[in-house]
Each structure stands twice: as structure tokens, then as C-alpha cells.
Ligand binder design. Structure first.
Ligand SMILES: [Zn+2]
Length: 458
């Protein structure tokens, strides 16, 4: 008979107890076997925020308060005329900064990173709702806060939702800023509640526009402005009129001549009086800075008064979440989570930056949405030859440089709102295995918007 030492016996018993302990998973209050996938949609920038949130006195405040816009523009025109006559700029920049302050007062934050003016937003789950009929739950949060804080609230939301629905796992979809929140959630709280994570037209790797705003590369390029108007007008008669007027009058030709005046006289006071203390100090704005711009943007933020707490928070996001996105998502894949990234391209970017002809969805930069695919310039020539496996049929995109090339889809001509590619997301959410860009002929790596949704790009 085999002799088992006392110590060995003890460890065998302990191992058995542990093994049984693992098999015995305490049941949730209820478990649901409906077969439906509960989805959590995390939307992006510019959702409703409220003064006195979560109280009886809760009142919605505007994201941009335009109530003073007309008198402010009138003041700017008057001050501009006076500037021209007297060859001074003080009153003009004062008028511009006053307009920005009136527009953006709900964006103000205190030095400790809390909101000024007691503004915020709380989430709510309707416990009576039938999730088999409407399985998508929108997570509402204060879009102005940093993604790590928002991810903490998302964790509470998901835990409560699992308890209410009896589902152990959910599909998490982060759109736009929501992708930063979803990625932060995955990084900090892990993937045990996730069967799917989709980052849709997301800012999870930053936004060219915001990087340029922080690094003070704000400028007006005539061709960028006409590109933008031509792209957005889409049959709109007023915009078409504006485009024709701008192009026909030659008024844009004076912009390059104004460059040095703009840079020396207008930008510095705008940054020190309005953009810096309001827009750049709003915590979410810092998380939109791409990693390549962060060292320089960090210096700009550091030079502003009262940003010590903000810097700590923003550094954590950039170093622990944004820079590690690739490994965070790959780890989720290894844990069996369906991971998908979707990006849009072939729309003109917002025409206020020195990098003016990058590919975008009309708002965010396609390069960052896709986790660093290579793109031809907007309206530019095709890319140089690249590996055929990841090259788009139109020659405009090379996905081989993406963080996750096998899990990244591209939708040509789709705008930021992403509704045309709903079927792509449904394909991913309902797929029984982890889908790649090679799993389905209907949903290859490159798609294009059609009347009714999307189809493979040929
Ligand atoms: Zn269910």
C-alpha cells in the first residue's frame, strides 16, 4: 500500500476542497436563459448633462450655450472693425474669448478635477424593462469627466445590470468617447463580464483634432475649408451657397496672409484666456490627445495654472490604458472575448488644424479609430504598394500596421454616427466564435455604405 505522508495527505485534501470550491459557483439572485445578448452601449462626447444631478432640482444645461452667440458675434465684428482701423487687437481677442467663455461655461472644471457649477450625470436602470424585447441598455455618464472615473461608474452599471437581468455576461459597445470608457473598463475591471467588446469610430487612440488643439497647431487652410464644405453640404442648399460664395469670392485667398497675425496676436490670448482654462482643462479633452502628441500636450497643460491633479489623472490614462491598448485587447481575446474595432474613412476633417487633409469620419481621425492603419491623404493618391492581405480594394488603406489587424474593420463613407454599420456589429455580437475579418464573406475587412447599410467594398 502506498504510504501517504501527513503533509501530503493534508495538501491532497486541501486541493480537493479547493477543486470542489471552484465547481461550486454561487448562483446569482436569478439566472436568465433567454438566449438574447444583453448589450451595453456607451455613447460619446456631448450627451446631456445636468445641474444638481441626481436631485429633485436636476435641470439640463446646454453643452454649448448659444444664448449669447448673436450679441457676441456682433461684438466680435465691431471689435474686429475697430482693430482694423486702429491697428490693435486687444478688443478683438477680448470679444472672441468672451464668446468662447459664454459658449463653454458648462465645460469648466475646478483645479482638483471636479466639475464647477455642480454639473454631472447619473445612470439609471429600469428594473421593470423586458430585456428580451429591448436588449440594448445605454450607459449614461457625464461626458466631460476622464474615462477612468467613467469606467468606475460603468462597472457599477454593468454589475447592477447583470443582477437585474440575470445575465452573467454582456456585450460592451463603446462609440466615440465611449470607446475610451470601454477600454478603461476592460483594463481595470477585466473581462469576466464581457463576451464581446466593440470599439466603434472611437477616440481610444486619440483624435488628431485634439492633439493639434493642445499643441497649438490651429490654423485655417483654404483647401481644407472648401474640402470640408463640399463634403458636408450633401445637397444642403444653404451650405452649397456658402461654399460657392467662399470659392467664388476668393475671400479664402487672404487666409495665408493672415497667418503670422493669427499666430502672434490672436492665438496666444485665446489659449491663455479661454481655450486653456476651459476646454483644455476639461478632463476628457486630455484623454483625446493621441499618444504621439502627449509629451508636447502635457507641457501645454502643465503650463496652465491649477492642473497638477489633472496631469496625474491624464498620465495614468495615457500610460496605463491608451499606450497599452494593444496588449489589453489581446489579453481579452486570449480570455475568449470577441474583440472588434471598427473605423470609418473618406470624409474631410474639421478644417481648423495644420494637419489638414487626414482621413476622418467627418469628426475623428480614421488612423486613431483603427489603431494606426496607414491611410492615403484625403482626396490624395493611393498608398504605395503594401501587403495585399491587408490592403483595401480602393488602395486607400493599409491595415497591416493596426494594433489588431485581424480584428479591425473599415467602413468607407460612413460618418461618425456609425448607424449604417449596425449589421456588422450584430454579426460580431451574435457570432458563436471569435470573428476575424476573414470569418464571413458578408463582412470582410473593408465595407462601404449603401442605401440600406453596408456591403463589401470591391
Ligand atoms: Zn435574458
Amino acid at each position: 500500500m502506498m504510504y501517504i505522508g501527513r503533509k501530503r495527505l493534508f495538501s491532497l485534501v486541501l486541493a480537493a476542497v479547493l477543486a470542489f470550491g471552484c465547481l461550486y459557483i454561487p448562483a446569482e439572485a436569478k439566472t436568465c436563459g433567454c438566449g438574447e445578448v444583453v448589450r451595453v452601449w456607451v455613447d460619446g462626447f456631448g450627451n446631456a448633462v445636468f445641474q444638481n444631478p441626481g436631485t429633485q432640482e436636476e435641470t439640463r444645461v446646454p453643452n454649448q450655450d448659444t444664448s449669447q452667440l448673436f450679441p457676441d458675434i456682433f461684438n466680435i465684428l465691431g471689435a474686429g472693425l475697430e482693430s482694423l482701423l486702429t491697428w490693435t487687437t486687444g478688443k478683438f481677442t477680448d470679444a472672441v474669448t468672451q464668446m468662447l467663455k459664454n459658449l463653454l461655461w458648462t465645460w469648466e472644471f475646478n483645479d482638483d478635477g471636479t466639475s464647477a457649477n455642480n454639473i454631472g450625470r447619473t445612470w439609471h436602470i429600469d428594473e421593470e424593462r423586458n430585456h428580451t424585447e429591448s436588449p440594448q441598455y445605454d450607459f449614461s455618464y457625464d461626458y466631460r469627466i476622464d474615462p477612468i472615473t467613467a469606467a468606475g461608474q460603468l462597472n457599477d452599471f454593468i454589475e447592477k445590470l447583470c443582477q437585474v437581468t440575470g445575465h452573467r455576461k454582456i456585450a460592451l459597445i463603446g462609440h466615440s468617447e465611449g470607446s475610451c470608457v470601454a477600454l478603461s473598463y476592460l483594463a481595470i475591471y477585466g473581462s469576466s463580464r464581457l463576451e464581446t467588446i466593440i470599439l466603434v469610430n472611437g477616440a481610444w487612440q486619440g483624435v488628431t483634432l485634439v492633439g493639434q488643439l493642445f499643441t497649438k497647431k490651429v490654423t485655417l487652410v483654404p483647401e481644407a475649408i472648401t474640402n470640408f464644405i463640399a463634403d458636408v453640404q450633401d445637397g444642403n442648399e444653404t451650405l452649397q451657397w456658402v461654399a460657392d460664395m467662399l470659392l467664388g469670392s476668393g475671400i479664402l485667398d487672404i487666409l495665408p496672409a493672415l497667418d503670422s497675425w493669427w499666430e502672434s496676436e490672436i492665438l496666444p490670448p485665446m489659449y491663455s484666456k479661454a481655450l486653456g482654462p476651459i476646454a483644455l482643462k476639461m478632463p476628457v479633452m486630455q484623454s483625446f490627445v493621441p499618444i504621439e502628441d502627449w509629451p508636447e500636450a502635457r507641457k501645454v497643460l502643465k503650463a496652465l495654472p491649477g492642473t497638477k491633479a489633472l496631469l496625474k489623472l491624464a498620465d495614468r490614462y495615457h500610460n496605463d490604458i491608451q499606450a497599452k491598448a494593444g496588449s489589453i485587447l489581446k489579453k481579452a481575446l486570449r480570455n475568449g472575448v470577441k474583440v472588434a474595432i471598427t473605423a470609418s474613412y473618406n470624409h474631410a476633417p474639421i478644417p481648423v488644424t495644420a494637419d489638414w487633409d487626414y482621413q476622418s469620419d467627418g469628426f475623428l481621425s480614421s488612423k486613431h479609430e483603427s489603431g494606426y492603419a496607414g491611410f492615403a491623404r484625403y482626396k490624395g493618391n493611393e498608398l504605395p504598394p503594401s501587403p495585399a492581405k491587408y490592403r483595401s480594394p480602393d488602395g486607400m488603406v493599409d491595415a497591416s500596421t493596426c494594433l489588431l489587424p485581424e480584428y479591425t474593420w473599415f467602413v468607407k463613407n460612413q460618418r461618425h454616427d456609425s448607424s449604417p454599420s449596425r449589421a456588422l456589429r450584430e454579426f460580431i455580437i451574435t457570432s458563436k466564435t471569435i470573428p476575424t475579418v476573414r470569418t464571413s464573406k458578408d463582412f470582410p475587412q473593408y465595407l462601404i455604405v449603401t442605401e440600406s447599410g453596408v456591403e463589401p467594398l470591391k
